[in-house]
Write a protein that binds this ligand. Structure first.
Ligand SMILES: [Fe+2]
Ligand SMILES: [Fe+2]
Length: 260
């Protein structure tokens, strides 16, 4: 069952947390459906493991033929590997960074993405959805070179892709975190290795603080809300990660054998 992040008479945000929980080899991930006045968008639809369940799940809330967009924060397999099936089963357009626009057709059969990709320039922008709009905000290098977050001004949710994630189960991902300290052990290792640098984290925090945010909702693990939002900003702008931590020790010729 999806978690209802927001609902009013004309606008709904749903989060699916446990579509691939049965597969212990694949990292837990969240998929999102936003519906405004009968038009829908999916954020980070996921890979082939999630497709069937997500398609059936969203059909309960929404007509797939009214799906306007697939928003992809970046081009990783857990974000968009199911693209071929979405392009076949719905009329939706893919919204993704221009950095990835010519790479994602490799996920589909020939011609499936023709005239169906909205390539977003680095500065982002706004797109109409129903009677409202969704904002596409720059989050480059957090972690991907061409990376966007999505802000819904109606629910005031900022969907942050791989930023703010925690490594946990689909069940635990359903309960929002209000005290960041409780969640940090599940967050720290991932951010130190997958986020690119403290410089970009600080630039992102500076931008994000200008938004009126009810919830930060990442693509893995639990949403961040209440006091934990400001705590996350403070933690992120002080975090050293990625290239900050790498030095010559990380670039030595290998000696270990990978299989016996
Ligand atoms: Fe990723
Ligand atoms: Fe991810």
């Amino acid at each position: 069952m999806p978690v209802e992040l927001y609902r009013d008479a004309s606008h709904t945000c749903l989060m699916f947390t446990d579509l691939i929980d049965g597969d212990a080899q694949a990292v837990q991930s969240n998929q999102f459906l936003i519906v405004d006045n009968g038009s829908g968008a999916i954020i980070d639809p996921g890979g082939n493991l999630a497709f069937n369940e997500l398609f059936m799940g969203l059909s309960r809330h929404f007509t797939p033929q009214n799906l306007s967009y697939l928003f992809a924060s970046h081009a990783d397999p857990d974000i968009i590997a199911s693209l071929d099936r979405w392009m076949t089963s719905t009329p939706a357009k893919l919204v993704i960074s221009r950095v990835w626009e010519r790479f994602v057709p490799h996920f589909t059969k020939v011609g499936k993405t023709d005239n169906r990709i909205i390539g977003v320039p680095d500065q982002g922008g706004k797109l109409p959805l129903g009677r409202n709009e969704l904002w596409v905000l720059p989050a480059h290098f957090l972690h991907s070179e061409g990376n966007f977050h999505f802000y819904d001004p109606v629910s005031r949710i900022l969907f942050t892709g791989d930023l703010g994630v925690s490594m946990t189960s689909g069940q635990r991902a359903q309960t929002p975190v209000t005290r960041l300290a409780d969640q940090l052990p599940l967050m720290e290792g991932f951010h130190k290795r997958y986020m690119v640098s403290n410089k970009v984290l600080r630039l992102w925090v500076q931008m994000a603080r200008k938004l009126d945010i009810s919830m930060l909702v990442p693509q893995h693990g639990a949403p961040i809300t209440g006091p934990a939002i400001a705590e996350f900003f403070e933690w992120a702008e002080n975090l050293y990660c990625g290239v900050d931590l790498f030095d010559e020790r990380n670039y030595q010729l290998p000696s270990a054998r990978l299989i016996a």
